[in-house]
Design a protein around this ligand. Structure first.
Ligand SMILES: C[S@@+](CC[C@H](N)C(=O)[O-])C[C@H]1O[C@@H](n2cnc3c(N)ncnc32)[C@H](O)[C@@H]1O
Length: 283
């Protein structure tokens, strides 16, 4: 396991994933009932953009750096507020140094009655997570393979919840494994909201995941994509997508409003392009 998310924190892919996550959680916490969230590939929760790894790649400069560089249109600013407020809270002096990973976004948006399971297989990262959230009674750290985690943790006793699947794509067959994870989650808890992040490259390798998502008997499953540059035959990230199974009914139009601005800000030249597709018919 060589992948270190710190090299990529705050890049275009993180922005897309975290905007979607924040909109989904912001919606779900409006209802009084408790919920559980399983972050199946949690990372370390917070990232120092001035630290050695992020400094080396500078990926965040073309991601969150571009989003914060200029004022946003009012409607987009309002929709991004739930995400951007977390960044502002982590950087009270107005600079941009600390970027929130998914565990931080989850911990800041969930309520006292909610439950958070942070799963991370890398032992050093899992230790970092455990230390970081030791005082948070809602959080439990799990250290198993993500595929095992979804089987062990679901169904949630709360009967409401979210699973985030966000692998490192270090090993072959990751998209097929994600497709199996969707099936396992759905078999255990039909109403879970699932967010599954995937890379967009030139090869269209995301198809098995999209087909598995489309095959689930869930209404209005979305595929939200943001391309930022041309795909190259040698590989490399041209953009990314998030599948959302059981999305809030508000998500499609919200993301439709936000995506053109994300694409214009983070896209290279004329390549920035966002799309929201329904993989299954809405209710
Ligand atoms: C893309 S990063 C996660 C980023 C995080 N979700 C966020 O948005 O801040 C993927 C993480 O998965 C971890 N990982 C790799 N293989 C795993 C596996 N089989 N099961 C669980 N975690 C794994 C990596 O160590 C890495 O921290």
């Amino acid at each position: 396991m060589n992948y270190r998310h710190a090299f990529h924190a705050g890049n275009h892919a993180d922005v897309l994933k975290h905007v979607v996550l924040a909109r989904v959680l912001g919606y779900l916490v409006q209802k009084d009932k408790p919920l559980a969230v399983l972050d199946a590939h949690a990372g370390i929760g917070r990232y120092d953009l001035k630290g050695a790894e992020a400094f080396k790649t500078g990926e965040w400069k073309d991601g969150i750096g571009k989003i914060l560089a200029e004022p946003l249109p009012e409607d987009v600013r309002a929709l991004l507020a739930v995400y951007l407020n977390i960044i502002h809270d982590l950087n009270p002096d107005g600079s941009l140094r600390i970027y929130p990973g998914s565990p931080e976004i989850i911990a800041r948006l969930l309520r006292r009655s909610d439950r958070i399971i942070l799963n991370e297989l890398h032992p050093v990262d899992a230790d970092t997570l455990a230390a970081r959230y030791a005082a948070d009674k809602r959080v439990r750290i799990s250290r198993v393979d993500a595929g095992q985690a979804v089987k062990a943790e679901l169904p949630f006793k709360e009967r409401r919840g979210v699973v985030l699947i966000d692998p490192a794509f270090e090993v072959p067959g990751e998209l097929e494994k994600m497709a199996r994870m969707l099936d396992h989650i759905h078999a255990r808890m039909q109403n879970t909201t699932i967010l599954a992040w995937y890379p967009l490259k030139q090869d269209g390798a995301e198809q098995p995941l999209l087909e598995a998502a489309a095959a689930l008997p869930c209404a209005g499953t979305l595929s939200i994509e943001l391309r930022v540059r041309e795909g190259f035959a040698e590989g490399g990230l041209a953009g990314s997508g998030v599948v959302v199974v059981n999305p809030p009914h508000t998500l499609r139009s919200e993301i439709g409003t936000v995506l053109p601005v994300l694409a214009a800000r983070m896209g290279v030249g004329k390549w920035g392009r966002g799309s929201v597709r329904e993989l299954t018919p809405p209710r």
